[in-house]
Design a protein around this ligand. Sequence first.
Ligand SMILES: Cc1cc2nc3c(=O)[nH]c(=O)nc-3n(C[C@H](O)[C@H](O)[C@H](O)COP(=O)(O)OP(=O)(O)OC[C@H]3O[C@@H](n4cnc5c(N)ncnc54)[C@H](O)[C@@H]3O)c2cc1C
Length: 313
Amino acid sequence: MDTTWDCIVVGAGAAGLSAALVLGRARRRTLVIDAGKQSNRHTDGIGGLLANDRRPPPDFYATGRAELATYPTVRLRSGEVLTGRRDEAGFVLELADGSTEAARRVLLATGMEYRYPPLEGIEERWGRSVFHCPFCHGWEHRDQPLAVLDRGGALMLTAWSDDVTLLTDGPADLTSEDRGRLQAAGVAIDERSIAGLGGPDGTLTAVMFTDGSERPLEGLLIPVTLHQRSALAAQLGACTTEPGPLFSDALAVDAKSATSVPGLFAAGDAAGVMPSVANAVASGNTAAAMVVMSLMTAPRGLAASAAGLGATR
Ligand SMILES: Cc1cc2nc3c(=O)[nH]c(=O)nc-3n(C[C@H](O)[C@H](O)[C@H](O)COP(=O)(O)OP(=O)(O)OC[C@H]3O[C@@H](n4cnc5c(N)ncnc54)[C@H](O)[C@@H]3O)c2cc1C
């Protein structure tokens, strides 16, 4: 019996589940392997996802999994892919439990690690009262006293509240022009050095300063950078894009969602798609269609590039 999957999707977040749905509907033998750490899993609701606005992420992922269960060629497996290599038929992935799985194509939907500033009190408030995306969480904090650690976000945050403070965490090197623009937009500038955040049960009631003073606050916008979660893509030989202000090392993909490695595709945050659940769903959908196309136009086991598909770089 041929135990080689048509495609292994690594990751069952929005991108991976969306991809698996398309693969299942195209009757491709698909294995989804997931470590269960979707980046928004701790938040109260998904902001801005049509037909699912403010839906708790666990519900959303459970529904996605239930939909996959109706397609007989799709299998979901919990676990973490530790290593991967290419072979003649395609790819062999090794899981943390020591087992291996082989596939003709691999679609990486592994998400990204969001790294934020080392400020005391962020972790327990992350994705709730402390957030990186005003489009995701701004509505829930509308008209509240808000602050921002990233001067680039200060003006934008005034779309959600008239009470916005830029926290510079020490004397700021703002030009008089910068200060003028912020003041004109009604943004206060607080240059005290920050000691940490306060408030019970994941709420935010104040930012505390090193001089013992504090400022009342209910929401804080912070800058983040996104990083590959593991060395898996690098082991498989996939190239990354140049580091930018948001993505440190997104996988380089072409218009067909193909990475630089023939037969290896990527979708969602990992592929540098503008981070949102809606975009991850769309990107998984597209990538899966490209996987199906490469499977149907290339003889079994033949690399996608040999059929004129695959990476362009
Ligand atoms: C705190 C927070 C709040 C957010 N809130 C919103 C919001 O309200 N609205 C919105 O639109 N967007 C929001 N986002 C952004 C959104 O969640 C992401 O853009 C989107 O979920 C990315 O989906 P993904 O499938 O690419 O990755 P993920 O959802 O991160 O899923 C990747 C999956 O792959 C698995 N995985 C990774 N490596 C391996 C491996 N080696 N083996 C097996 N499995 C692996 C992970 O465990 C995970 O389950 C938020 C992000 C964060 C961090």
